[in-house]
Design a protein around this ligand. Structure first.
Ligand SMILES: Cc1cc2nc3c(=O)[nH]c(=O)nc-3n(C[C@H](O)[C@H](O)[C@H](O)COP(=O)(O)O)c2cc1C
Length: 186
């Protein structure tokens, strides 16, 4: 398949359809190299990636369950269990942090670059034959989760990239019509 054919047909896979096997350590390194080969004005590398396999997924899931339970004292055991296992929905999860540096390069540009990291991670995982999905959900907006991942003030969680083996081929989804979103300036 050419790169163009891959890009024009690839789709994300729902976490419900992600299973083992995960990328092995060599494939993970390939994914990380592609993920970080992105446009980056000023060569600041204003992003960090935290790799989570079983141990890390448990650590962060335990924290998510704790935060969820204190925010929702009437949470059901099923809801708490979902939070505890939230990061185990795929065998490999990359937490991608935006870590902009204040200075000459606008923070907005650095935040665009972290989006490229997320998308390249997705593309690389999919190109290697894995299923992947870029999700934020509430933990991406929680300060305690950010801190647990090593984020500081001004940093953000750009997303969690869930990666595994797809148990089914994702359906196509509608895409915007080009004429609705593109115009030629005369
Ligand atoms: C920054 C960002 C955050 C997202 N967060 C969520 C989310 O929390 N929950 C969700 O269901 N989809 C979320 N999505 C959408 C999924 O990634 C979705 O699977 C994706 O749009 C599918 O597109 P694709 O098939 O072209 O890869 C998010 C997308 C982006 C870009």
């Amino acid at each position: 398949m050419t790169l163009y054919q891959h890009l024009i047909t690839r789709r994300s896979t729902s976490v419900r359809l992600l299973s083992t096997p995960a990328p092995d350590d060599g494939q993970l390194e390939d994914i990380l190299r592609v993920a970080t080969r992105v446009p980056d004005h000023g060569k600041l590398a204003p992003w960090r990636i935290i790799v989570m396999r079983e141990a890390g997924q448990k650590t962060l899931g335990d924290l998510a369950a704790e935060i969820f339970t204190s925010a929702h004292p009437d949470a059901t055991p099923a809801q708490i269990e979902f939070e505890r296992t939230r990061f185990m929905r795929a065998p490999l999860v990359l937490a991608v942090l935006s870590t902009p540096k204040l200075g000459k390069i606008p923070v907005w540009e650095q935040q665009l670059s972290v989006g490229c990291v997320c998308l390249n991670a997705l593309y690389a995982a999919q190109a290697l034959g894995f299923g992947a999905n870029w999700l934020t959900e509430w933990p991406a907006f929680d300060t305690e989760i950010l801190r647990a991942l090593g984020g500081a003030d001004g940093d953000h969680i750009a997303g969690f990239i869930y990666i595994g083996t797809a148990t089914a081929k994702p359906d196509e989804r509608p895409r915007p019509e080009l004429h609705d979103i593109v115009r030629v300036l005369d």
